[in-house]
Design a protein around this ligand. Structure first.
Ligand code: AMP
Ligand code: ZN
Length: 433
């Protein structure tokens, strides 16, 4: 049932004491990093006066900009020689950031990943095919070492080359896969083209989907297509990578491992805590990282803490499906839009295919938004009247959600460029003032 029963089911008061203790250690470590030493001096924080969790809110936040400013090694709290790996993310704009790990950090990350997968039913007898990019992207190596730690036969297939992926799954008898959601949808089309029916021809029973926002509708489509149960996986490079929060078999939100992270959900404007159940920005403090501890890191991810205990017996709180980063949001005609809102709606329409993209442009002095939507092949080549009616139906549904009327362009399968990694959902061609 449990990978580490004691930690996973620790009574909440003991979990809090453990967090307090680990927080003190972490702060002492962080003070050895040039960036934090300076930051605490400048903000006049006396670390020896911080007495655990209840004083956490007296500490300044750490932001992505701080990590950029400290690039590459200013956040390092151990000697450079003790670092055994780094991961870097370039993001879409600006200076890259770096996260460093020593041997302890890698071991504890692999252990958390093993805990996540064991929780969903993964066992050493499973064959695990890891279908995400290896390299700087933490999803590849993060899952890889977790799967080996658990003892599964681990196939480091990497991203892309779908036909080969399918052959591997058949030849090696994959029972569990890890896939980026947009790629999972794409893979369903490749199965069809290859004449392989996953339910008939494969032994899959579990798929881990994460690294980008996706809707419940997408989960259902992938479950149906693969004939496997899909579990949501959340993490970010700054907190090592995947293994921060993961669904248990109850699938009622993701348990966020509170022995490894202090969890805050704050109003992104006032930076005050929001009540349980209410959406806010997730702010995390690492508790078990030595090389590069991060204190009150603003993830920019929007979620909520879900109230109540989980029937699975784990005492770590659960967070809701991530709506996206606050900077995924774009504004059109004065309306705030998240790509996930569009996706949720599209993926609930049966004729809609497996990919979509949002294009923002100027139309005179106004903004325009075009949603390109791939539709199922038979439908696309069917009669024009039904296609027109579908376009109308999607437009009306989107208008109901967004309160303005976007353009909808129906395109055939595979018309939208597909990336091997995280999907590019929005292309903004608007003039910048
Ligand atoms: P990176 O560190 O570049 O791999 O990106 C991490 C980011 O990916 C997170 O901060 C989230 O914005 C996003 N992300 C990761 N997992 C999920 C998930 N399960 N659902 C939604 N977004 C996710
Ligand atoms: Zn649970």
């Amino acid at each position: 049932m449990f990978w580490e029963e004691t930690f996973e089911t620790l009574p909440r008061d003991q979990l809090r004491s453990l967090q307090s203790e680990r927080l003190k250690d972490t702060l002492a470590r962080a003070a050895a990093a040039p960036y934090y030493r300076r930051m605490y001096q400048e903000s006049g924080v006396a670390l020896d006066r911080i007495n655990g969790l209840s004083d956490l809110n007296r500490l300044p936040f750490t932001t992505k900009q701080d990590l950029r400013a400290g690039y590459p090694f200013e956040f390092l709290a151990v000697d450079r020689e003790a670092v055994v790996r780094l991961h870097s993310s370039s993001g879409t704009t600006g200076q890259a950031t770096v996260v460093c790990h020593n041997a302890h950090d890698l071991a504890s990350w692999a252990n958390l990943m093993a805990r996540c997968m064991f929780m969903t039913g993964a066992r050493p007898a499973d064959v695990f095919q890891n279908m995400t990019g290896y390299g700087m992207f933490t999803g590849g190596l993060g899952f890889h070492y977790g799967a080996e730690r658990l003892g599964m036969l681990t196939v480091p297939a990497g991203a892309g080359n779908s036909r080969r992926q399918i052959k591997f799954m058949q030849d090696f008898g994959a029972t569990i896969v890890h896939v980026i959601p947009s790629y999972a949808l794409h893979l369903l089309s490749v199965f069809e083209e290859a004449g392989v029916d996953p339910r008939r021809d494969l032994r899959l029973r579990i798929a881990y989907l994460g690294a980008e926002p996706y809707s419940e509708q997408t989960r259902r489509r992938v479950e149906e297509g693969l004939g496997a149960k899909v579990f949501n996986s959340y993490g970010l490079s700054e907190m090592s990578g995947p293994g921060v929060a993961f669904e248990c078999p109850e699938q009622n939100g993701m348990h966020i491992w509170e022995d490894a992270f202090v969890v805050e959900v704050l109003n992104p404007t006032t930076l005050e805590p929001v009540p349980e159940g209410e959406e806010g920005e997730l702010v995390l403090t690492s508790l078990d990282r030595e090389a590069m501890p991060l204190i009150r890191y603003r993830t920019r991810d929007l979620t909520a803490i879900l109230p109540g205990p989980c029937p699975c017996g784990r005492t770590h709180r659960r967070i809701a499906r991530i709506k996206g980063r606050s900077d995924d949001m774009f504004i059109v005609k004065g309306v705030n839009v998240f790509p996930l809102q569009v996706e949720t709606l599209l993926m609930s329409v049966p004729e809609v295919g497996r990919n979509y993209q949002i294009i923002l442009d100027n139309e005179g002095s106004l903004d325009s938004m075009t949603v390109q939507v791939e539709v199922q092949r038979e439908f696309f080549h069917g009669d024009v009247k039904s296609l027109k009616a579908l376009q109308q139906r999607i437009t009306t549904a989107l208008k109901g959600e967004l309160l303005f009327t976007p353009k909808v362009a129906l395109v055939e399968p595979d018309a939208i460029p597909k990336s091997d990694g995280k999907a590019v959902r929005v292309i903004d061609r608007r003039r910048k003032e």
